[in-house]
Design a protein around this ligand. Structure first.
Ligand SMILES: C[S@@+](CC[C@H](N)C(=O)[O-])C[C@H]1O[C@@H](n2cnc3c(N)ncnc32)[C@H](O)[C@@H]1O
Length: 247
């Protein structure tokens, strides 16, 4: 089974695809100094919950990049159905193939999608130059609650070294990003996000008893559950980091 098909099945019922809450995403927006006329980029935007929220409130041009067609299509359909002051353009592509636009945006977002570019460090290096000096960046990512973390949790650091919250703040600082807002996720946020995966997977298994890729599907979903319960829930945290882009 293609991983993109797997994710479109298990994230079918997520409105936003991260371990946070609507209230926390709204809190994040309030730290981002969004104003009419701005340009906003969200890499790995998924169903574009955030961009849709932003265009409902502000006359902004929102650009999303998303490589799973079903998520991009859902984003477009939902955007078309809501009253909006701004406009949304989703580019259906692998983010690594999209040419960066230097200093083009007022706000850059990458919420739980660093791996769309590479490691957390590589995502910062790709996104930051696309934001004008004085603009804002908001990124969401995991961090290690304590080191060392078990290998099954360490593997979530998408090609980069295991990072604590303090390491992450230091890395932002070293990249000329002044941290102005930190919003941490609770265990309830994590459990809800993970349970939505299991719940959608269970429905798929019930509805597809003879599917030729059923065994593959089960082999993919089981480690999700096992890692969350036995390791990630205790070892990892997840936070939104809102930053000012400095000269
Ligand atoms: C954890 S989800 C987060 C989605 C969204 N940011 C949110 O908070 O709801 C990560 C998203 O990144 C997308 N993605 C992963 N790799 C990508 C790539 N190379 N290019 C574009 N999108 C990618 C996935 O399809 C998925 O929708």
């Amino acid at each position: 089974m293609k991983l993109t098909d797997f994710f479109s099945i298990i994230e079918a019922n997520h409105t936003f695809q991260n371990p946070t809450s609507e209230a926390k995403l709204d809190q994040m927006i309030s730290y981002c100094n969004v104003a009419d006329g701005q340009r906003i980029l969200d890499v790995g935007c998924g169903k574009a919950w955030l961009l849709r929220r932003l265009i409902s409130r502000y006359a902004v041009q929102a650009d999303g990049i998303e490589f799973i067609d079903s998520f991009a299509d859902e984003a477009d359909t939902l955007a078309a159905a809501q009253p909006s002051k701004g406009s949304l353009t989703i580019t259906k592509a692998d983010a690594r193939t999209v040419s960066p636009k230097p200093a083009h945006y007022d706000l850059g977002l990458c919420i739980g999608a660093s791996f769309a570019i590479g490691s957390f460090e590589e995502m910062l290096a790709w996104l930051r130059p696309q934001i004008r000096i004085g603009g804002m960046m908001a990124v969401g990512d995991i961090y290690a609650r304590a080191t060392p973390v078990p290998p099954e949790s360490a593997k979530h650091f998408s090609g980069g070294a295991v990072r604590s919250l303090q390491d992450t703040a230091k890395m932002l600082d070293e990249n000329g990003l002044r941290l102005v807002g930190l919003i941490d996720s609770s265990l309830d946020d994590w459990d809800r996000y993970e349970s939505l995966h299991w719940h959608a997977a269970d429905a798929w298994l019930q509805n597809n008893p003879d599917h030729p890729e059923r065994n593959e599907f089960e082999a993919l979903i089981e480690p999700f559950k096992r890692d969350h319960i036995h390791s990630d829930r205790e070892s990892l945290g997840w936070s939104l980091f809102v930053c000012r882009v400095l000269a």
